[in-house]
Every structure is written in C-alpha cells, then in structure tokens.
Design a binder for this molecule. Structure first.
Ligand SMILES: Cc1ncc(C[n+]2csc(CCOP(=O)(O)OP(=O)(O)O)c2C)c(N)n1
Ligand code: SF4
Ligand SMILES: [Mg+2]
Length: 351
C-alpha cells in the first residue's frame, strides 16, 4: 500500500480560514515516510501556507517527479489536482500544464536527485522560461528512496553513512536558479517552520518563477556526523539574512518589528512582502550581490537562508510568449480552428 487514508472526523472547534476551511481541508493521506524525515515538515509548512492564504484547493496543481520528496504531494492538498510524473520530468509536465491553464497555482515538488541530477536540464529550462510556479526542492543531499547514494548537491568532502567521502563538487541549486533568471529565490530549512511558511506564501503570491531550496535532512541515510545536510550541521551553520511576512488583501497580518530593520517590498499584484533584515547589509533586489554573498558564505561553510532574491518587476512565461489568457479547455472549436484565411494571414506575416 502506498498511502493510508486519514480518518475523516475532526474537532469541531478547529480554527477556520476566510473560506471556512480548517487545516484538515488542506491535508492529504497519512505519510508513509520514515518518522522524523524532513520532508514531512515541508508538507506541514505547505499545508499551513495554503491554509493561511485561504487558497482554494481546487485551484492548485501539485506536480512531482520520483523520490521520497516527490511522494509528498500525496500527503497534502488531497482536494487539489496532482500528477506524480517520471523521475526528473516534473518541470516539463508542469510547464505544459501551466501553458494549457494559467489560472491554477502550480506547486512543483522535487528532490535534489530529481532536480540536480536526472532532471537538471528540465529544472534549468523551466526556470529560464519564467514559468509561474512555486518550485520546491526538498534537499537532503542523497537519493533517499534508493537508499542513500550521494546526490549532486552533496558537498565535496562530506561523508556518507558508510564513511565514504564525496569527491565531487556540489551543485548549489540556489546559485543556479539565480543565474538562470528565477525572480523569487529562497532557501530554508525543514526544521524552521517560522521561516519556511512565509517563504512559501510569498512564492505562491509571486507572479513568475519562484524557487525554494529547502534543506531537509534524511534521517535514514544522511543525518550523521560528517554530513553537511544533517539537522545538527544545518542548525550550526545557518546564516539567515532576513525573515519574511506576507500581507495580502485576503489575509491581513500585524507587523511588529523594530523600526529601521524592516523593508516592505510591493509586488505587481499589490501583495506586500515585509522583510525583517537580520543582516543589515543584505540587499534582496540585487541578483549579482546575492550570488557573491552566497559564494563567499559557502566558502566559509555557511548555509545562507531566507529570501535571497526578489524581482518585483517579474514577468511570467505567458507574458513573454503573449499567449491567450483563457485556459485552453475553455476555448471553443471556432477559436481553436479559426480557418484557412487566418492561417494564410499568419503564414503571410512570417514570409
Ligand atoms: C529514470 C529513472 N532513473 C532512476 C530511478 C531510480 N530512482 C528513484 S528515486 C531516485 C532518486 C531520488 O532522489 P531525490 O530526488 O533526491 O529524492 P529523495 O528520495 O532523496 O527525497 C532514483 C535515482 C528512477 N525511478 N527512474
Ligand atoms: S529514506 Fe530519507 S528521505 Fe526517504 S523517507 Fe526516509 S528519511 Fe525521508
Ligand atoms: Mg534527495
């Protein structure tokens, strides 16, 4: 059995959001991952973010590849659309779905093996096309599902559970996403829900390619001394540059930060991202500075977390391609087959 159904009953006093839904309405089946797996905490953060934003579950499409991480969409948003695709192919399936219907919120859930190894090319092209999506990599530095081989995000010199040393350079997904033009780039830690939930909310509100690398320890194969993706290592080397809150028309929140340390960033749709700066020098709108900051901290063994880059002028793939606004399933035959005169006009314009 690959999933266990959750019992339907729940406490009548559970808090409700603006739609009248409780957290239970955003849950899925019972997780079959190892007890303590970081991926389950990310699932909980996604549920919390969607609950707080009062997202309509039927307006979400969750798409994944293969891996323990890619299994997790079964454990959240049980009333949403979902497609568990092929290893490394989540980005192209998501891109196609988004092209067909831009009205859904696309949640791409992947692993470091799924996105940095077999799916690296797919990851790159979805990001550079500016697909409007929330792309989450649940990064544990190993292929968890196939029993703990090093993945391409494992740091050079880090040790496997059996004591082998990784000889290869690591791929930093955040650095690559920045270089490829992602317009919302963040890193977080599965053990830091306070940081992760608002980052997911901000990514959902963002109109463009939003990428979140979440360090998510694999308790079965990569949580030992010598690993740089263990709970202890990440807690000790975490360099958080800021803390985020998201203010939307739907879900107002109170801000209570000391003056001088807060930066309010307004996005196209009126959403406000409230950034509490932890590092006074860190500038979230400077892509090149973000890349330098990442590299210099990585050289010191530090893991930079928080909202690392935000482009408030982000444009998504549909805008770039000038596609029709209506979902394709809403178009009638007349619009889909406008006739030979229309075809002739298009051909003439290309001669
Ligand atoms: C085409 C193909 N190649 C290899 C595999 C075997 N395989 C399944 S999951 C996986 C790696 C998963 O690693 P990751 O994406 O990091 O997920 P995790 O289990 O660590 O969350 C591999 C190599 C496969 N299913 N399909
Ligand atoms: S093998 Fe690792 S990644 Fe997979 S469920 Fe267990 S702890 Fe999580
Ligand atoms: Mg992995």
């Amino acid at each position: 059995m690959t999933y266990l159904a959750k019992p339907k009953f729940h406490h009548p006093g559970l808090p409700k959001n603006a739609l009248g839904y409780t957290h239970r309405d955003y849950e899925g089946s019972i997780s079959t991952l190892c007890a303590g797996c970081g991926h389950d905490s990310i699932t909980a953060a996604i549920i919390e973010a969607c609950f707080e934003l009062s997202v309509e579950p039927h307006k979400v499409a969750k798409i994944s590849g293969i891996g323990c991480s890619s299994k997790t969409p079964t454990y959240f948003l049980g009333n949403s659309h979902g497609f568990n695709s092929v290893h490394g192919r989540m980005p192209s399936v998501l891109t196609g779905a988004n092209l067909a219907n831009r009205e859904l919120i696309y949640l791409g859930v992947s692993g470091d093996g799924d996105s940095a190894s077999i799916g690296f090319g797919q990851f790159a092209h979805a990001i550079r096309r500016g697909v409007n999506m929330v792309y989450i990599v649940e990064n544990n530095g190993v292929y968890g599902l196939t029993k703990g081989q090093f993945s391409a995000t494992a740091d050079r010199g880090s040790k496997s559970k059996r004591g082998l040393t990784n000889a290869d350079s690591a791929i930093d997904m955040v650095g690559i996403a920045l270089q490829l033009g992602a317009t919302y780039v963040a890193r977080s830690f599965s053990g830091d829900k306070e940081q992760l939930v608002p980052l997911i909310k901000g990514a959902i509100e963002h109109n463009g390619a939003a990428f979140i690398d979440v360090i998510s320890p694999c308790v079965a194969f990569n949580n030992h001394a010598g690993s740089t993706k263990s709970f202890d290592y990440v807690r000790e080397h975490n360099e958080a540059v800021n803390r985020l809150d998201v203010i939307t028309g739907r879900a107002p929140i109170k801000i209570d930060y000391p003056p001088g340390s807060v930066k309010i960033v307004e996005q196209h749709d009126g959403t406000q991202l409230v950034l509490r700066k932890l590092n006074a020098e860190y500038e979230v709108n400077d892509r090149v500075a973000a890349m330098t900051f990442l590299q210099s901290h990585a050289a010191k063994g530090q893991i930079v977390t928080g909202l690392i880059y935000l482009d408030v002028e982000a444009e998504d793939m549909h805008r770039n391609l000038n596609t029709v606004a209506a979902p394709l399933n809403g178009l009638a035959e007349k619009e889909l087959c406008p006739g030979s005169a229309a075809l002739e006009k298009i051909n003439a314009s290309l001669r």
